[in-house]
Write a protein that binds this ligand. Sequence first.
Ligand SMILES: Cc1ncc(COP(=O)(O)O)c(C=O)c1O
Length: 415
Amino acid sequence: MPTFDPTPLRAEFPALSRTQGGRHVAFLDGPGGTQVPRRVIDAVVGYYRESNANIHGSFAASRRTDEILAEARGALADLLGARAPGEIKFGQNMTSLTFQLSRSIGRTLAAGDEVVVSRLDHEANRGPWLTAAADAGAIVRELPVRLGDCTLDLDVLDSLLDRGPRLVAVGYASNAVGTVNPVAEVARRAHRVGALVFVDAVHYAPHGPIDVGALDVDFVACSAYKFFGPHVGVLWGRTELLDSLPAYKVRPAEDRWETGTQCHEGIAGTLAAIEYLASVGDRFGNPAPSPRAARRDRLVAGMRAVEAYEQALSTRLLAGLATIPGLTVYGIADPARAPERTPTVAVRLAGWSPAALAVELGRRGIYCWDGDFYATALMEDLGVADGGVVRLGLVHYNTADEVDRVLAELAELAG
Ligand SMILES: Cc1ncc(COP(=O)(O)O)c(C=O)c1O
């Protein structure tokens, strides 16, 4: 079995060779946006060089654009486990796509209907539903968070579901504290009462395999710039819902959901990012996919390998953080519970504001974010709305050495 080794993968990411003060920069900012492999850059540039045109024309560049979009739709279907490429819709970003969908679903809501959102989620999976509910006179109920480990309080879910909500909006994983939510279980319970289930998979997508069929949800949204691609939003929905919901579209447009001209160069790059993830499966899949394996199998193998490697990074990081005096981890802090989280760890260090700590780490070549990351409700509940936290966000191109380095820097700053 090939041991996961980020070294050859890192060599594919030009940005990772960046140095500062004679040392490699440690990019721990992945949850805000990941770096991209060279093939993504080449695909974007190549699109402009060779295929730049609008769609559905009668000349070669336009036909090539149509092909690239079709190939990318197929690749996204493989990444998410969709039944058909037509279930994939491109857009500007997850937030815009979710507002678009919420406006359509909002048209089907009546005054007094209920929708459920969670207090763990990014505002992009709260604001659109709050707005749609306000427009329709519907009622919003909030699923609370157990603050000890930042997990969703599923005991409360059933009492919210007893009220017969029309929709449950839940995140696959928290972009602030890394919790992976039991989405399949939430969907099972929500469907029992006939609610639609919308999943924000933006944070989860770079960390593990997604199977919309196995999750048995209705919609999933994600963003390619979080999984090693360009700034492109992606919405998956069940065909029957995409075909039947009222859609806001202009008259001649063939597609009911893709409004206006898409970011073709970004979609070309997204296709390349998915091919990259499939290549991770070829290299490090366990078992390795056969040379003739379908892309879906190669992707699942790749994302499983990424998941296992990242869990080892989480374990190492959490164990080290526990030894640093004055440091608080928000969320699942027990290294043995690494499988329940992504390697996205929120911390505060006594004596440092999150902003000052992020500046100091940045000065030392460790790039990470401070703030609330739009997980505003969670920060309020945790009592850290004043400046939020520092987020140490690892992905599969990060290394054990980088973990040790950030631990050493934090220990020094704590001292
Ligand atoms: C969990 C989560 N949901 C939604 C978003 C918003 O995504 P986008 O920038 O594509 O609108 C983000 C971005 O940080 C996120 O982390």
